[in-house]
Write a protein that binds this ligand. Structure first.
Ligand SMILES: O=C(O)CCC(=O)C(=O)O
Length: 351
């Protein structure tokens, strides 16, 4: 189902930051003395300099979407296609080299589940990797952070959503400026199946509970698709509004009661959205929002990500990637530590 009500909550009370008061009225230009090119030039320059930056123009709209729906797509982010496509190449190379090293350590890189400090394989043909440091990678991450930060800071200047209110903690006490915690890339290859729906921060967990009390205590993931994503194709699917403290959990529980799993629930499925996003655009989502990676359409799909926090929220140091390096895998019992997918399925695990 497409978006029902885009901006359901209160309109923001204050004007968006980039809307400058110094705007020169084009009508004023008509009153400049004739034959005064300097004055015309000065007025034109003033007019141009008063225009808000492109991302600023949209910051409030994205902030309201992120607040109310749990995700927003910034299609005109400054990351750009060229940088995205180069980093896509870097992802491919890094993945290939990790897979060779995993195989050399005695672990089948496709048919087994494993987690190392460089690469995790939590679903067949979908990997989460750390990118080797490079100027390109740093630029991509910092451009993405800069664009997303406008939106996130704007979000913290808005009234809190009705369904997300907890303690009335004065908003000024915790930092509203996002802090990057970690970065990596999720790469799915031809043959990857649909992920299960998941929230990175489950509703009963510590992060969600603290978020419900402190409006600035938030984690956000910034996804940067590195190839063009079409709507309802092989991108990420989100459940709008599922992050909200008061209404998200009851909606989830009702779906489970009706159908046993979100994946089987017609009503929930009809509400899901898998937005289009060009390579180098951004999808920013609240960590509590339910989502899943869709099945592959026969290509490699890398998506870079930056995890960031506001209000002092954090994740533990071994989060996602454990300390164990690929090279040390051979010291472990492979069957015990890195089970085969087929074995896990036989044992009843839903992957
Ligand atoms: O593949 C995607 O689009 C989403 C990946 C994801 O959510 C995950 O790996 O947890």
């Amino acid at each position: 189902m497409r978006r029902a009500s885009l901006l359901a909550s209160d309109p923001p009370r204050r004007a968006s930051r980039p809307l400058l008061q110094t705007r020169v009225s084009p009508a004023a230009l008509c009153h400049l003395p004739a034959g005064s090119p300097r004055a015309v030039l000065a007025a034109l320059l003033a007019l141009l300099s008063s225009l808000p930056p492109a991302e600023g123009l949209h910051a409030r709209t994205h902030a309201i979407e992120l607040r109310d729906r749990g995700f927003t797509v910034i299609r005109d982010a400054p990351v750009g296609k060229q940088l995205a496509s180069r980093v896509a190449g870097d992802c491919s190379d890094a993945l290939e080299s990790y897979l060779e090293r995993v195989a050399a350590a005695g672990c089948d890189p496709i048919e087994r589940l494993y987690s190392f400090s460089e690469i995790c394989h939590r679903q067949r043909l979908r990997w989460d990797i750390k990118l080797p440091d490079s100027a390109r990678w740093r630029t991509l991450c910092s451009d993405a952070m800069a664009a997303a930060s406008h939106v996130i800071e704007e979000l913290h200047s808005l009234p809190v959503h009705e369904d997300d209110r907890g303690l009335r903690v004065p908003n000024g006490l915790l930092p509203a400026r996002p802090r990057a915690l970690m970065a990596g890339a999720v790469i799915s290859r031809a043959g990857a199946t649909m992920q299960r729906f998941h929230a990175d921060a489950p509703a009963e967990g510590l992060h969600a509970r603290l978020s419900s009390k402190f409006p600035r205590h938030r984690l956000f993931t910034i996804f940067i698709p590195l190839v063009d994503i079409a709507e309802d194709a092989d991108g990420t699917q989100f459940w709008p509004g599922s992050h909200l403290h008061r209404s998200g959990l009851p909606r989830y529980e009702e779906a489970i009661e009706r159908s046993g799993a979100l994946e089987n629930d017609e009503l929930a499925l009809s509400e899901m959205e898998a937005p289009a996003c060009p390579a180098g655009g951004l999808i920013v989502y609240d960590y509590r929002t339910f989502h899943r990676g869709l099945h592959s359409i026969g290509r490699e799909r890398p998506v870079a990500y930056v995890l960031c926090s506001t209000g002092g929220a954090s994740v533990w140091s071994g989060y996602k990637f454990p300390k164990l390096e690929i090279e040390h895998a051979h010291t472990l019992d492979v069957d015990l530590n890195f089970p085969r997918w087929e074995e896990l399925q036989r044992m009843g695990f839903r992957l």
